[in-house]
Design a protein around this ligand. Sequence first.
Ligand code: AQP
Length: 348
Amino acid sequence: MAFKERVFSGVQPTGNLHLGNYLGAIKRFVELQANYDCIYCVVDMHAITVPLSVWGGPAELTRNIREVAAAFIACGVDPKRHIVFNQSQVSGHAELAWVFNCVARLGWLNRMTQFKDKAGKDRENASVGLYAYPNLMAADILLYRATHVPVGEDQKQHVELTRDIAQKFNNDFHESIHQHGHGEAFFPLTEPLIQGPATRIMSFRDGTKKMSKSDPSDYSRINLTDDADAIAQKIRKAKTDPEPLPSEQAGLTKRPEADNLVGIYAALADITKGDVLKDFGGSQFSAFKGALVDLAVAKLGPIGAEMKRLVRDPTAIDAVLVDGADRARTIADETMKAVKDIVGFVRR
Ligand code: AQP
């Protein structure tokens, strides 16, 4: 069966939105608007899977939900032509996640590397929500029967699990899906969209670690709300090696910090790493970093300024989220009615 092409993706409101979130996800969200119907979600129910001390408590969560919505809009997502909302306003996410808790197998979740990383050594103390996170993510995507999900490299395993869940649901309920007039398969096998030179932006302090919101060092990342001085300082202090930049991309292997900065330049300028090296091959890092500062300030400065302007009017942001949730709910309700019929639940 051919599914209507639709894009879904989400970002957690856990504070410190950074360059990795922008280049790996939000910038792609903006580009995809030209060719797809897009649904972009502030996944607030995912945010509370980590300890309260990490997500910051109720006031912080509310602030961060609005900040992620502001980031979407400031980067160029159009909430009128597409849908922007926060997950907890559409109850279908939780309902479908429960069904998927009963479809996914323990063995599948046991293989998820994000759980292992985030739970750390103290697994017994991790929340059940953190463990079941990938099932909720599958529900987020499949509630809208989305065919494409733009994400960074770190989310690849979760999108693969989403496909496994869709496949098992389609197989387990094959007859019922057919009986209820949905053809051979109810859920699509969603494609991850992980492309371009910046699918995994690394920390500025350690080129082997992903740039992340939860890194205690603010110098490890550029936050989307950093001003020009902070951006310049962080790039100038970013760890590098003593060699000049190579002229060919092959010369970046085993040089993770150089590879990272060249990838960031390429993604911000919408060119390839090869193009960057044509211009900067043989240059010292000091010269290259100067050019990267100018580019990053030119691209990120206006986004940060617009985010700060938007969050000053929480009523306007909340109105965007309510309107988006209303439109998302219309699609979600249709899916949930069909899922209930397929599973055999009695409904009104
Ligand atoms: N370093 C990164 N490079 C490229 N893409 C990235 N993403 C995150 N980090 C990078 C992508 O951003 C989107 C939203 O991420 P998220 O907020 O849902 O969760 P996350 O991946 O857990 O983000 P962080 O920053 O790494 O947070 P912590 O520190 O809590 O683990 C996703 O598409 C993600 O791939």
